[in-house]
Design a binder for this molecule. Structure first.
Ligand code: CP
Length: 386
């Protein structure tokens, strides 16, 4: 271990003493708004400690021999590998399954699926993000299925359910983004972060990334501006949560319909696409009716609506208006190059967005270890001494 690495680990371990790690025990993570300020502080501190420890190659196998099972009902590159990477670093065996290959496709309920998976697995991640009003209740029902099964069988194991993106929130992404902002800026109070819609021709993307950001960041004192063209509103309850977070956390939350104005003096910008609200709601009806042709037609209309706003792009002119022309460009990835963001802008930040993405593995490690390991501080301190 390098001298600097030893210092980092020692500092991060010492910082854990001020955190309420016990508050994470047996906790699932479905939306960040379910977590108290103490729990969020514990999670961020733990994640930062795991990152420092990982840099030294000495993460203890705190969960040796346990199964980290994940179900994905949508595509993923980063979150899938972050789940696997987090589990492996903790000594767990990761197994990742395409949700479409399970009996859910044949009508098995989410609660029963939760019970079946909970009896075998030691942690469960789920991505279910395609349809408004579907993914979040599905994940909450999975959680209920596991919880009821464990209670009914007097099984005291912690089997946390981790939301790996639903229709409402993408909490491991929001937590990763928070960790990246903390690394880049330190104190976040008073920092200006602009979350902006940007044009995409690829597909009507979920709303959960911007919703996750506006819900979480104001709780840390961040001044968040959400910019989008008319018709790209987010779910009303998430706007209300953003305002509540601003009030409780000392940040602010502002809406704008002008991408250029929203970039002015921003410390960080997060331009990305999401689907138009009215068509996202229409999709729900078509989905419930099993109308495949209708779903394809809605997708084409969503892309046509997007195309009316091709000028919503993160370009050099807009970046020049940010704080000293040097705002941090952020994206959850993948970014649509040449559409959401100019290639030249993206190329300047290519390594930065990769480092942003890398935070997710530590966020998930914190969630799994915090939920499952008894006496976590002592175990980590003992591990550091050996
Ligand atoms: N940002 C993110 O969630 O990426 P994936 O869809 O590749 O997991």
């Amino acid at each position: 271990m390098t001298h600097q690495g030893t210092h980092q680990v020692t500092d991060r371990l010492a910082a854990l003493e001020d955190l309420d790690l016990e508050s994470l025990h047996h906790q699932s993570f479905i939306e960040t708004r379910d977590a108290s300020p103490a729990q969020l502080a514990a999670l961020t501190g733990l994640a930062e400690m795991f990152e420092a420890l990982d840099a030294t190659g000495r993460v203890p196998h705190l969960l040796e021999g346990q199964l980290a099972y994940a179900l994905f009902f949508d595509m993923s590159t980063r979150t899938r590998s972050a789940w696997a990477g987090a589990a492996a670093r903790l000594g767990m065996a990761p197994v990742i399954v395409d949700g479409g290959s399970t009996q859910v496709e044949h009508g098995e309920t989410a609660e029963e699926t939760g019970a079946m998976l909970g009896m075998n697995a030691h942690a469960l991640g789920v991505r279910h993000d395609k349809f408004l009003g579907e993914g979040n209740p599905f994940i909450r029902s999975i959680h209920k299925g596991i919880t009821d099964y464990l209670a009914a069988t007097n099984d005291t194991r912690a089997v946390p359910v981790v939301n790996l993106q639903c229709d409402v929130d993408h909490p491991t992404q929001a937590l990763a983004d928070l960790l990246w902002l903390r690394e880049r800026f330190g104190e976040l109070r008073g920092k200006r972060v602009t979350v902006s819609w940007a044009y995409s021709p690829s597909y009507a993307k979920p709303l959960s990334v911007p919703q996750g950001l506006i819900t979480l960041l104001p709780r840390f004192g961040v001044d968040v501006t959400l910019a989008h063209p008319p018709g790209y509103e987010l779910m009303p309850e998430t706007l209300a949560h953003a305002q509540e977070g601003a009030t409780s956390g000392g940040g602010s939350f502002t809406l704008s319909d002008d991408m250029t104005a929203a970039f002015a003096n921003a410390d960080a910008v997060y331009p990305k696409s999401w689907g138009p609200m009215a068509l996202m709601q229409e999709r729900v009806v078509a989905r419930q009716a099993g109308d495949q042709a209708g779903l394809r037609d809605i997708e084409q209309r969503a892309l046509a609506q997007n195309a009316q706003h091709r000028d919503w792009i993160c370009n050099a002119e807009r970046m020049a208006k940010t704080r000293n022309g040097e705002a941090l460009y952020m994206h959850c990835l993948p970014a649509d190059l040449g559409d959401e963001v100019e290639r030249e802008v993206y190329d300047r930040y290519r390594t930065e967005v990769a480092r942003q993405a890398n935070k997710k593995v530590y966020a998930i490690m914190a969630l799994l270890a915090g939920a499952k390991v008894n006496g976590l501080s002592e175990r980590l301190l003992d591990g550091a001494r050996t």
